[in-house]
Design a protein around this ligand. Structure first.
Ligand code: F6P
Length: 361
């Protein structure tokens, strides 16, 4: 029985991360408890909107999911209504159909939880008439208009714990331990986990490294009696005169480039140049798994409640963001124009340098 009740849809797009369920729960609980709305979950990101796959979400459905990793709705970092492959692999614009499906679902608004790819698509759909609100999530923390994104803090904890564990084995075997972390074209995860884990060398996409300086830092430690080193490498890092290492191209994805492999290169180059034994750990999707940290649970809940309140006020075409501790709504178009990358004069870089961390530059 719908009567005059408003209906709000929720969609999780792009790569998953811890905290998505906390956001879904917050949107749904606020909608049900605060506004008497019906809630609809769209399955597998924009694919559900294209294929009209959705499910009603009850209070019970979102009860007990605060601490659960992943997304109960499923996600896709390929689905894009503006570039949808047919059975022959040709890409077509099926956005009109997606908009029709949104209307056929009887939705009065849609909250899209996603990173830059998802929010860019959301903005285009908004311009075609979908009443949309964006919620920023990504372990990469690379959205410029928000101080942080759902998932970053949890991934940071995972990466830091991994570095802590590598420390003990590095010490026992007097080895150079290279750990490759995610982050795409932004070095936030490498910088923060490297600093939190006491990494000796941190290599960032924003600061192409000089391998001689990297090896110099390792050898200097050895000479001073520290017979091990921890090198934290962002997957997007590259040598001064080289390119990012691309693991594969996923043609039907919003960003087809999949990075990976730079850790192996760095370890090989260090071993060859210094004669010291080096080992590589690629942390990979472990960074996207598991339960959200307390910070992410709170952030996702704050974002989710704010997004639902904005929808209730019909304040569409906005993204919720965190600015200096406050949750705000900004233009969805503005939220997606720019990627946030680490600037080399960032205070955290200066802090790391002050305690002797090398960036290989
Ligand atoms: O954007 C999130 C992210 O995990 C990046 O850090 C990483 O480069 C990419 O997604 C991996 O994508 P996939 O899940 O397709 O391997």
């Amino acid at each position: 029985m719908r009567g005059n009740r408003k209906r709000i849809g929720i969609l999780t797009g792009g790569g998953d991360c811890p905290g998505l369920n906390a956001a879904i729960r917050a949107i749904a609980k606020t909608a049900i408890l605060g506004y008497g709305m019906d809630v609809v979950g769209i399955k597998d990101g924009f694919l559900g909107l294209i294929e009209k796959r959705f499910t009603d979400i009850s209070y019970q459905d979102v009860s007990g999911i605060l601490t659960l990793g992943g997304t109960i709705l499923g996600a896709s970092n390929k689905a894009n209504p503006f570039r949808h492959p047919d059975i022959k692999g040709r890409f077509n614009d099926v956005s009109d159909m997606a908009v029709q499906n949104y209307r056929a679902m009887g939705l009065n608004g849609l909250v899209c939880i996603g990173g830059d790819g998802t929010l860019s698509i959301a903005y285009k759909l908004h311009k075609k008439g979908v009443k949309l609100i964006g919620v920023p999530k990504t372990i990469d923390k690379d959205l410029k208009q928000t101080d942080t994104t759902i998932g970053f803090d949890s991934a940071l904890i995972t990466a830091t714990q991994a570095i802590d564990k590598l420390h003990t084995t590095a010490q026992s075997h007097h080895r150079v331990m290279v750990i490759e972390v995610m982050g795409r074209y932004a070095g936030w995860l490498a910088l923060y986990s490297g600093l939190a884990g006491g990494g000796d060398i941190i290599l960032l996409p924003e600061a192409p490294y000089d391998i001689k300086k990297v090896c110099g830092a390792v050898l200097k430690r050895n000479k001073s009696g520290k017979r091990f080193s921890i090198v934290v490498v962002s997957e997007g890092a590259r040598p001064k005169s080289g390119k990012m290492v691309v693991r594969k191209i996923v043609n039907d994805s919003t960003d087809p480039v999949r990075l990976g492999g730079i850790g192996e290169k760095v370890a090989g180059d260090i071993e060859n140049a210094t004669g010291l034994e080096a080992r590589v750990t690629v942390l990979g999707h472990l960074q996207r798994g598991g339960e959200p940290s307390p910070f992410d649970r709170i952030l996702a809940t704050r974002f989710g409640v704010a997004a639902c309140e904005m929808a209730a006020k019909k304040d569409f075409g906005k993204a919720v963001v965190l600015k200096a501790g406050e949750i705000k709504g900004i233009d969805l178009g503005k939220a997606v124009v720019d990627i946030s990358r680490v600037e080399l004069n960032h205070p955290v870089i200066k802090t790391a340098m002050a305690v002797g961390t090398s960036f290989g530059i």
